[in-house]
Design a protein around this ligand. Structure first.
Ligand SMILES: CCCCC/C=C\C/C=C\CC/C=C/CC(=O)SCCNC(=O)CCNC(=O)[C@H](O)C(C)(C)COP(=O)(O)OP(=O)(O)OC[C@H]1O[C@@H](n2cnc3c(N)ncnc32)[C@H](O)[C@@H]1OP(=O)(O)O
Length: 286
């Protein structure tokens, strides 16, 4: 209930802000964690420092921004990128999955599902400009896009690394990975929790193109121009044909998937694994 109210408030505030900035001629709208520019090709920038982790608030704002863009018939495509230097997204927020209660886990997972379904089945053309590290849920965001351009910086890695955390990628993460890189590569990468360098990601097909870091945005724009030249109706029907079965697979068992997540993540052994992983992240600094 509280989240639904927050969502209504955000939508309302978002549209007020959008109107005011449009009057200023700025053609952009924003909430705290997501900035959307609609001048030229629309660009959605994640800005949830330090690492663009997908907290509940961030997921909510992301979903609302996407909904607003979907409702604007003049917007046919969106470039998804990050405002946090060196990080595309660190994925799901570990603090939403650690030390909370089952009701919180269920609410969080519902919102993860919601964002995924919206992104994966979007009628818009989605191009990701991957300008930083992109593990797990970060990779998931990129995989939802129709085309992925990644910055050529060996420090940036991408992949579904859940198994390294002692957790398991749910079946719909797995399905999308299989759809993108094929069964054998996905099987190996999921079990090993592989984080690919840009060159490896290109080779295996996790990304479509790797370009020098200073060209990642211009390349994403030129890719968008090419895709915008395709008639919407035929491209959308084709996209739907390719993705519907995967999305439907989650839609038909959303509740069960929430229950599975909640009971899995609540287990003492899994909480212990997450605790150890969080400690490892902290120690990295010291
Ligand atoms: C058979 C039964 C099956 C049932 C299955 C059912 C359901 C499935 C169950 C579970 C699936 C859940 C799926 C989860 C997907 C995910 O996305 S999990 C998240 C994975 N993310 C990561 O592993 C990334 C971890 N982070 C990093 O590697 C690095 O931080 C970085 C992104 C490479 C950046 O490095 P950098 O050196 O710049 O920064 P720091 O490491 O110093 O981090 C700064 C600060 O941020 C905190 N932090 C980092 N990542 C996260 C995160 N994902 N969530 C929350 N917080 C994060 C980090 O701890 C630091 O905090 P500080 O010390 O307090 O400053």
């Amino acid at each position: 209930m509280a989240l639904a109210a927050a969502r209504r408030l955000l939508l309302h505030a978002g549209s007020r802000l959008g109107r005011r900035e449009a009057v200023d001629g700025a053609r952009r709208f924003a909430n705290k964690r997501v900035l959307v520019e609609t001048e030229g090709p629309a660009v959605m920038k994640l800005r949830n420092p330090p690492v663009n982790s997908l907290s509940l608030e961030c997921l909510t704002e992301f979903t609302i921004s996407l909904e607003k863009l979907e409702n604007d018939k003049s917007i046919r495509g969106v470039i998804l990128t990050s405002e946090c230097p060196g990080i595309f997204s660190a994925g799901l927020d570990l603090l939403e999955m650690y030390g909370r209660n089952p009701a919180h886990y269920a609410e969080y997972w519902k919102n993860v599902q919601e964002l995924w379904l919206r992104l994966y089945t979007s009628n818009m053309i989605l191009v990701s400009a991957i300008n930083g590290a992109s593990p797990a849920g970060g990779c998931l965001l990129a995989l939802c896009c129709d085309y992925r351009v990644m910055a050529d910086n060996p420090k940036y890695t991408i992949g579904l690394n859940e198994s390294l955390l002692g957790i398991v990628a749910p079946f719909w993460f797995k399905d999308m990975y299989v759809n993108t890189i094929g069964h054998r590569e996905a099987e190996r990468a999921l079990q090993l929790g592989t984080l690919f360098s840009p060159a490896e990601a290109l080779k295996v097909g996790v990304v479509d193109e790797v370009v020098p870091e200073d060209q990642v945005h211009s390349k994403a724009r030129s890719v968008m121009t090419k895709w915008l030249a395709i008639p919407d109706h035929s491209r959308q029907l084709t996209k739907n044909m390719m993705r519907k079965a995967t999305a439907d697979n989650l839609i038909k068992q959303r509740e069960a998937d929430i229950q599975n997540f909640t009971s899995f993540i609540s287990k003492d052994s899994i909480q212990k694994s997450l605790h150890m992983y969080l400690e490892k992240l902290k120690q990295k600094k010291g």
